[in-house]
Design a protein around this ligand. Structure first.
Ligand code: 3SL
Length: 235
């Protein structure tokens, strides 16, 4: 049976051999939730880049630009990092390509590239990701984007929810990380939004008046898309 392991922070990735595994990169708040929403709304592809300046420069090639630092939209770009940016109609996104940079999520994507496949996970597409992994039949590593190298609750909860979903088809008992995430998921699942109120990132988002983003990002199975990151593009 393939195994499912969880890497709690990109800083821990050097401890894992990604070859032979599918990496599920998750930044529930909010990068991967926004990417899933963007592709579900008809964005053709996204290019994750490291720096805001590199993102801004891609406007010259016809890209929409999305950039966030410390939770706020960067200056001189079309979109921030809210999934509502792809839903509210203020910027027409259907049929467009988007260059994106965020504090943690795009970094986690870049650092996961050694995996056999890199997919973008969020609660919004949890079931679709689980189905994709069932089809692949390969070992899985959930890469939590965390916050500036630190552990964070929301990405770990996603890892626990995915492990719970796949528990009868994947080995989820070999790693303490997965066991811990499963326990956290059992504690949080009756009220994920309520559970996350104590988390550092929700407190950060609330201070920016972005509570509605968190409520949206913890919804499960809203979208059926499984974005794949390959050769520099998310499609
Ligand atoms: O760190 C990131 O990649 C972002 O998702 C953080 S925020 O939710 O936009 O603040």
């Amino acid at each position: 049976m393939p195994t499912l392991d969880i890497c709690f922070s990109p800083e821990l990735l050097p401890l894992f051999d990604l070859r032979g595994r599918v990496a599920v990169v998750v930044d529930v708040l909010r990068a991967t939730s926004s990417i899933v929403t963007a592709l579900a709304q008809g964005v053709t592809h996204m290019v994750p880049v490291s720096e805001v300046a590199a993102c801004q420069a891609m406007a010259a090639d016809g890209y929409l630009t999305a950039a966030e630092r410390d939770g706020r939209q960067a200056l001189g770009v079309d979109l921030g990092n809210s999934p509502f940016g792809y839903l509210d109609g203020v910027v027409a996104v259907r049929g467009r390509a988007v260059a994106i940079t965020t504090t943690n999520g795009t970094r986690a994507l870049h650092l996961s590239q050694a995996a056999d496949a890199v997919v973008v996970g969020a609660f919004l597409n949890l079931g679709a990701v689980a189905n994709f992994l069932r089809q692949q039949q390969k070992d899985v590593i959930v890469v939590c984007a965390g916050w500036k190298g630190n552990f964070c609750l929301e990405d770990t909860l996603f890892g626990g929810a995915l492990a719970n979903e796949l528990a009868s088809e994947f080995t989820t008992t070999d790693s303490d990380a997965t066991l811990a995430a499963l326990d956290l998921w059992q504690a949080a699942r009756p009220d994920v939004a309520g559970y996350l109120l104590k988390s550092s990132h929700v407190r950060r988002l609330n201070s920016l008046e972005l509570h509605k983003d968190m409520e949206f990002c913890v919804r499960q199975d809203v979208y059926d898309v499984v974005p794949v990151y390959q050769e520099g593009r998310i499609t």
